[in-house]
Design a protein around this ligand. Structure first.
Ligand code: ARG
Length: 621
C-alpha cells in the first residue's frame, strides 16, 4: 500500500516513479537507469490529465510491438492513491497510456502544498552556490548589456535561495588594471588643474574613460601605412606627433598603474573616487531594478590582486603552467587555444583573476556550484578558465568535492533593426535611461486604464509596472536567445508580459476584498475542504501542484524563463477557472469556500513566483 511519502506534491514526479517501477517490473532486462517514462500533460484533456509516451521508444529498443509493450506496462502499473486504475482500454493509438488523477488525491496534494513555503521544503543538504552577476566595469556607465547579467543572475540567485540553498552573490567588478589606471591618471591631472573631484558625476567619469582610451590609442598601423605609401610630409609629421602624444599618455598610465599597485596615496585616492562614483551609480540602478546586488556582493578584480602572484607560483611549481614564447600558459584538454595566465611582459590577465576567484569561491567560500551570468561572447574565456582551474584543482571545496562550474550564457538585446540595441546616435543605451522611460510609459498606460487614481497613488504603481515589464521580458526569453527590445510589447496588458501578470495577481486579491465586504469568514478559507469537480478547477489545481517542480527545474537549468512560463500558464488556468466557476455566488457554501481557497493559493503562488523572479507585485492597478 503506497504511503503519503510515495506521493509527491507534483503529480509528474509521482507518476514518473510509478511508471518507472512498472516498466522495470515488466521488462527486468532493462537497466534501471536507462528507463524513461515520457510523461507529459495529456494532449487530449478529454482522455486524461497526463499521458505516458514511453511504449513507443521502448518497443523500438526491445524489438516488440508498442501496443503490447504498453499492455505489459499497464499490467504492472500501480496507481493506487494517485490516479484512476489504468485498463487496456486506456491505451490509445500506437501505445499512449492515458492517466486521470483522482480528484481526492489532487485535493490531498494541494492541502500539502498549502503551507507557508508552498510545498517547497528545504533540501536535506543545502548547497552553497556562488552566483557571478552584474559585472560592471569602473568608470563605465551601466548600459543595456548589463541588464541581462543583473536581472537573470539575481533571479537565479533568488531561485536557489527559495529552494533553500545558501547563495553568495559576487559582482566581479572590472576595477583593476591599465584601463582604470588611465582614468586614474586623468583624474590626478584634473585635480592638479584645480578641479574638485568631490562633485564628479558618473556621466563625466564615463566621458573621461572614453577620452583616456582615445588618448592612449597610438595609430601606429596608420602611420606605418602612411610612411610606406608615402603620405604628404605635413600629414606624416602631424600623425607622428599624435602618436608620440599617445605613447606618452600610455606611458603615464602605466606609471600610474605601478604607483596604484604599490599603494601610492594619491593614486589610491583617485581610484577610490572612481570606485565610489561607479559603484554608487551601479548599486542605485540595481536597487531600482529590485535586483539584490549590494556592496556586500562586490568582489571585484582588485579583491584578488594580492593572490595573483601566488596563483602563478603555484601553477609553475606544480608544472601546470608552462612557458610559451615568453608567456605562461595552461593547456586545456579539448581546446586549441590555451589559457594564458601571464603575458610575456609579466602582466596578469582577466583569466588570472578568474582563476584566483574560482580558488577562493570553491576553496574558501565552499561553493559547490559557481554559475556565471556573462554574455555569450566570453564563452571561450570561461572554457579556458574552467579547464585550467580544474587541472589545478582550484575547483575543489574544502570537503574535496569538485564544484560544478557553469557559464550561463545569454543572448543579445536587439533593436527594432535586429542589430544590437543602440541609441539613435549609435551609443550604448544607458540602463538608467531605459528604466526611466519604462516607468514613464507605464505611468501613462496606468493613467489611461485607471483615470481615477491620484498622482500619488499612481507613481508606485507605474514604477512596479515599468520594472515588471522590463524585467519580465528579459527573464521570460529563453536565456540563450536574442530578443528585440520593444517598449510597446513589454508594456502590453495582454499576453505574456509583466503587466499582465501583475494584473492577474491584483485580480486574485480583489476577490478577497469583495468576499470580506460580503461578510465571508476569511479565516475559514484556509482550512476549507477542497472540492475539485469542474474541469477548470482540476486544471487550476494541476497548475498549482506543478509549482515546486517548476521552481526546481528553473533552478537546475539556471533558466528563469521556465518559471516565467509556469507563472504565465498558472495565470491562464486561473483566468479560465474564474470565467467558468462562480466563486462568491457558487451554488453551495462548501463550493464557495473551496473556490476561495483555490483563489488564495493562486494568489500566493503567483506572488511567490514573481517575487522569486525579482518582480514585486502591487495591490491595485
Ligand atoms: N567585467 C566583465 C566584463 O565586462 C564581466 C565580469 C564577469 N565575471 C567574471 N568572473 N569574469 O566583461
Amino acid at each position: 500500500m503506497p504511503t503519503a511519502h510515495d506521493i509527491s506534491i507534483d503529480p509528474l514526479e509521482t507518476l514518473d516513479a510509478r511508471f518507472r517501477a512498472a516498466i522495470g517490473a515488466a521488462f527486468p532486462e532493462l537497466p534501471p537507469e536507462g528507463i524513461e517514462t515520457h510523461i507529459a500533460p495529456n494532449r487530449q484533456p478529454k482522455l486524461g490529465d497526463f499521458q505516458s509516451n514511453a511504449a513507443m521508444p521502448l518497443a523500438k529498443k526491445l524489438g516488440k510491438n508498442p501496443r503490447e509493450v504498453a499492455a505489459s506496462v499497464v499490467e504492472h502499473l500501480d496507481l493506487a492513491g494517485v490516479a484512476e486504475p489504468v485498463t487496456a482500454e486506456a491505451i490509445a493509438g500506437p501505445g499512449f497510456i492515458n492517466i486521470r488523477l483522482l480528484g481526492d488525491a489532487m485535493a490531498a496534494s494541494l492541502t500539502r502544498l498549502d503551507t507557508e513555503r508552498l510545498g517547497v521544503e528545504p533540501p536535506e543538504r543545502p548547497m552553497t552556490v556562488v552566483v557571478d552577476l552584474c559585472g560592471v566595469n569602473l568608470a563605465k556607465q551601466m548600459h543595456v548589456g548589463h541588464l541581462r547579467s543583473t536581472v537573470i543572475g539575481d533571479a537565479v540567485a533568488r531561485l536557489y535561495e527559495r529552494l533553500g540553498h545558501r547563495v553568495i552573490r559576487q559582482n566581479h567588478v572590472g576595477d583593476w588594471g591599465l584601463p582604470i589606471a588611465m582614468v586614474a591618471q586623468k583624474l590626478v591631472e584634473l585635480q592638479q588643474g584645480g578641479r574638485d573631484l568631490a562633485n564628479l558625476s558618473m556621466d563625466e567619469l564615463n566621458v573621461l574613460y572614453r577620452s583616456a582610451q582615445a588618448a592612449c590609442k597610438a595609430e601606429k598601423a596608420a602611420l606605418a601605412l602612411t610612411m610606406k605609401v608615402g603620405g604628404h610630409p605635413k600629414a606624416e609629421a602631424e600623425l607622428a606627433l599624435r602618436i608620440a602624444d599617445a605613447e606618452e599618455s600610455l606611458e603615464r598610465a602605466k606609471q600610474r598603474l605601478v604607483k596604484l599597485q604599490s599603494g601610492d596615496a594619491e593614486s589610491v585616492a583617485a581610484w577610490k573616487r572612481i570606485y565610489d562614483i561607479t559603484m554608487g551609480a551601479c548599486l542605485a540602478t540595481c536597487a531600482r531594478l529590485h535586483a539584490n546586488v549590494t556592496e556586500a556582493a562586490s568582489a571585484g578584480e582588485s579583491a584578488y590582486r594580492d593572490e595573483l602572484a601566488g596563483v602563478i607560483d603555484d601553477l609553475v611549481t606544480r608544472g601546470i603552467a608552462e612557458e610559451d614564447g615568453g608567456a605562461l600558459i595552461v593547456r586545456v584538454d579539448g581546446l586549441k587555444e590555451p589559457c594564458i595566465v601571464r603575458k610575456s611582459d609579466g602582466g596578469y590577465l582577466y583569466a588570472t583573476t578568474d582563476l584566483a576567484a574560482i580558488r577562493r569561491r570553491a576553496g574558501v567560500l565552499g561553493a559547490e556550484r559557481i554559475v556565471y551570468f556573462v554574455d555569450a561572447r566570453q564563452s571561450l574565456h570561461f572554457r579556458q578558465v574552467f579547464g585550467a582551474a580544474h587541472r589545478a584543482g582550484y575547483d575543489r571545496t574544502p570537503a574535496g568535492e569538485v564544484a560544478q562550474l557553469s557559464h550561463a550564457v545569454f543572448g543579445t538585446i536587439l533593436g527594432e533593426d535586429n542589430k544590437p540595441f543602440k541609441s539613435r546616435s549609435g551609443e550604448n543605451v544607458k540602463l538608467s535611461d531605459l528604466i526611466d522611460e519604462a516607468i514613464e510609459r507605464a505611468g501613462r498606460t496606468v493613467a489611461e486604464k485607471n483615470p481615477g487614481l491620484s498622482e500619488a497613488d499612481r507613481a508606485p504603481i507605474a514604477e512596479a509596472v515599468g520594472i515588471a515589464a522590463l524585467k519580465y521580458t528579459d527573464l521570460s526569453t529563453e536565456r540563450i536567445k536574442d530578443y528585440v527590445f520593444s517598449f510597446d510589447r513589454m508594456l502590453a496588458f495582454e499576453g505574456d508580459t509583466g503587466p499582465y501578470l501583475l494584473y492577474a495577481v491584483v485580480r486574485t486579491r480583489s476577490i478577497f476584498r469583495k468576499a470580506a465586504e460580503a461578510g465571508v469568514d476569511l479565516d475559514a478559507v484556509a482550512s476549507a475542504p477542497l472540492m475539485l469537480e469542474e474541469p477548470a478547477e482540476r486544471t487550476l489545481a494541476l497548475a498549482l501542484l506543478r509549482y515546486p517542480g517548476a521552481l526546481r527545474a528553473a533552478g537546475e537549468s539556471f533558466e528563469p524563463s521556465r518559471l516565467c512560463a509556469y507563472v504565465y500558464s498558472l495565470a491562464g488556468a486561473f483566468s479560465s477557472f474564474f470565467d467558468q466557476c462562480p466563486v462568491l455566488i457558487a451554488d453551495t457554501q462548501a463550493k464557495k469556500m473551496s473556490r476561495l481557497r483555490l483563489c488564495s493559493l493562486t494568489a500566493r503562488v503567483l506572488t511567490d513566483g514573481l517575487e522569486t523572479l525579482g518582480i514585486p507585485t502591487v495591490e491595485r492597478m
